[in-house]
Design a protein around this ligand. Structure first.
Ligand code: SF4
Length: 642
């Protein structure tokens, strides 16, 4: 018996419908903890190298962590992984809600899907019973609509993952939706589910999970809730959730605006957290056992429709709001709803739409190609593009391949303002005066994503450890001096171990990140749940091991992988910000190289950004070290870097 774990790995071979249940190995639990760790290890061991991400050989992995599903603060996170159709390399994404706990109560820690179902299907897991059923009557429906229909058909006590038309049609930024507004948004995980002909996964679980010390865990859990609620930020952060940071991000000149052409927008206060409370919100909405429900469920009335929607949270405000210049919170929320129903990631969708609008403005894509005029600030333009993308109609077929591929195929200089790294669209922070945060995006293992490391505070304040101190102090304001690239890598590396650790444990990081809930609590909870006493530093060491492993997987999967894949878009290196607090600033290529050199050295990677065999052995990845030389040689040959 493995305390903290359900104890079983569920494998479903979709081509012939075989179901296999195997015990979760103690070694796996001890060496990789759970969640993201299980995903990475399984992809390394079981993914056949260099397969088509949308082919049947790609595998889809879902894993919970040891803290998932216990009555502990915010313990409802679930992790997903695959070879990413966006980047072609390692991909993972996580989601809150209630699915992971239900999956554990059904008796499983991890789900591995291989092959492709011969026809559109549903996977229904009802405790021990695992069935593949026809998706007839569900295929083609929107993500939110199909969840409602499945709840009605199967029972309200099922927890359900769905994809929308975008996932069915292989849009490389298609997401998975759950609980009418929670998404595993990034890396195209929804397209991989769609490529397997799976419209939905439904689970009902009624079992329990063994723990190391139930009585002590009960006390520790109660203490944890009290401690979270006593945090000074509790009453300040929770009401607006992530949207509460909008004004501050704009004030420090980091708000993506007009396809990242600038970083400051006067209309930010019309689309911030206060605007949500004032104009949209009906109720708070939280994940399993969450004391700080950051979701805001509300109603958006626009000229195009009147909808109920969860959100928008900060990233959606930044990418559909600032970046597409939708300056009315109801319009941002409506675009959010359209993304959710079609099943696309709001971050990538915002970047792709804003790139297309800029292409139209510059005459690179004309009206005949697009099918209509496009304008920044025009909800109709955004909704039109989203629908074309999800159905792969007309211009949507190009845009559905993500902004990197769309720009490569379009040419005419459009790659310079295709804002992505490794094929993943850049999320909600403009970084031309935030070199540490830029490095975090450049080196994020899935592509340009903020959730791996958040060091904007260090960029701006040098030493402030807590973003709330910065927000309280007003941050920026006025013209900001240029930030130097030197000395940024350490913060990025540390953050890349800390934040993803929560993805191993299966618990939300926001209580730690936003409220300062202390690591000691997590050490104690881990101890009481698993019966294993590990210090925060020991847990972080496993997080580092997983980081080295995910880099290794991308080196194996992407031909020519290495340094060239870590550069930011040309716009950030050559176009100074035109206005706002960071006017005149950019991060030239020589500064980008300083950032990368310092980072690679700290990581123990070679000059091309490939982990050395010594580094891999140091973190306990001997099996990866045994094969890394072949990948590194390949990478050097392909890029011309020696
Ligand atoms: Fe979910 Fe937000 Fe609570 Fe985290 S803080 S568990 S994302 S509701």
């Amino acid at each position: 018996m493995l305390n903290g774990y359900a104890g079983t790995v569920l494998r479903v071979y979709l081509a012939d419908g075989r179901v296999e249940k195997t015990p979760l190995s103690r070694q796996m639990a001890e060496e990789f903890i759970g969640g993201r760790g299980f995903v990475a290890k399984t992809l390394f061991d079981e993914l056949p190298p260099r397969v088509d991400p949308l082919g049947p050989e790609n595998i889809f992995v879902m894993a919970t962590g040891p803290l998932s599903g216990h009555f502990l603060p915010a313990s409802g996170k679930t992790h997903f992984g695959c070879k990413s159709p966006a980047s072609g390399g390692y991909g993972d994404s996580n989601m809150g809600g209630h699915f992971g706990p239900a999956f554990k109560y059904a008796g499983y820690d991890m789900l591995v899907l291989t092959g492709r179902a011969p026809s559109p299907s549903l996977l229904v897991i009802d405790d021990d019973r695992v069935e593949i059923r026809s998706a007839e009557g569900y295929w083609g429906m929107g993500s939110l609509s199909v969840e409602a229909k499945l709840k009605a058909d199967l029972g309200g006590d099922f927890q359900i993952l769905t994809i929308g038309p975008a996932g069915e049609n292989g849009v490389v930024f298609a997401c998975i939706t759950h609980d009418f507004g929670r998404q595993a948004g990034r890396v195209g995980i929804g397209a991989v589910l769609g490529s397997k002909n799976l419209k939905a996964v439904a689970v009902r679980g009624t079992g329990d999970i063994p723990v190391g010390d139930a009585r002590a865990l009960y006390e520790e859990g109660k203490n944890a809730y009290r401690a979270v609620r006593a945090k000074p930020g509790f009453t300040g952060w929770t009401p607006e959730g992530t949207a509460g940071i909008t004004d501050w991000i704009n004030r420090v000149g980091a708000f993506p605006t007009k396809n990242f052409s600038t970083s400051y927008w006067e209309k930010h206060s019309d689309i911030n957290g206060e605007a949500i409370l004032r104009e949209l919100k009906i109720t708070d909405k939280g994940c399993y056992c969450c004391p700080t429900p950051c979701g805001k469920y509300g109603r958006a009335r626009t000229g195009l429709g009147d909808v109920y929607v969860e959100g928008p949270e900060f990233e959606t405000i930044a990418l559909l709001g600032g970046n597409c210049m939708l300056g009315d919170i109801a319009e941002v929320a409506y675009a959010n709803y359209v993304c959710d129903e079609l099943g696309v990631d709001t971050i990538s969708a915002g970047v792709v739409c804003s790139w297309a609008i800029e292409c139209f403005e510059k005459g690179i894509l004309d009206q005949a190609t697009i099918g209509r005029e496009l304008r920044f600030g025009d909800l109709k333009s955004v909704v039109y593009l989203l629908e074309q993308i999800a159905c792969r109609r007309g211009i949507g077929d190009l845009l559905a391949q993500g902004v990197r591929t769309a720009a490569q195929k379009t040419g005419r200089g459009s790659a310079s303002f295709a804002i992505q790294v490794k094929g993943l669209e850049w999320s909600g922070y403009e970084c031309r005066n935030a070199p540490g945060m830029m490095l975090a995006y450049m080196t994020s293992d899935i592509g340009a994503h903020h959730a791996r490391a958040w060091v904007l505070g260090h960029d701006l304040a040098g030493t402030a450890a807590n973003v709330h101190e910065l927000i309280a102090s007003g941050g920026g304001g006025g013209k900001l001096p240029k930030s130097a690239p030197q000395g940024r890598a350490k913060y990025v590396v540390d953050s890349q171990h800390t934040r993803p650790l929560f993805d191993l444990l299966g618990i939300c990081r926001l209580q730690y990140m936003e409220l300062g809930f202390e690591p000691e609590h997590y050490e104690r909870l881990f101890d009481k749940v698993t019966g294993r006493r590990m210090t925060w530093q020991e847990l972080l060491a496993i997080s580092e091991k997983v980081w080295q492993l995910t880099r290794g997987i991308s080196a194996r999967e992407i031909p020519g992988f290495g340094r060239a894949f870590d550069y930011p878009p040309e716009r950030f290196m050559t176009e100074p910000v035109p206005d706002g607090p960071n006017a005149g600033h950019c991060v030239p290529r020589e500064e980008v190289d300083i950032l990368l050199d310092e980072y690679y050295t700290l990581r123990g990677w070679d000059k091309n950004g490939i982990p050395t065999a010594e580094t891999l052995r140091r973190v306990g990845l001997d099996d990866v070290a045994d094969t890394i030389t072949d990948w590194a040689c390949h990478a050097q040959e392909s890029t011309g870097l020696k």
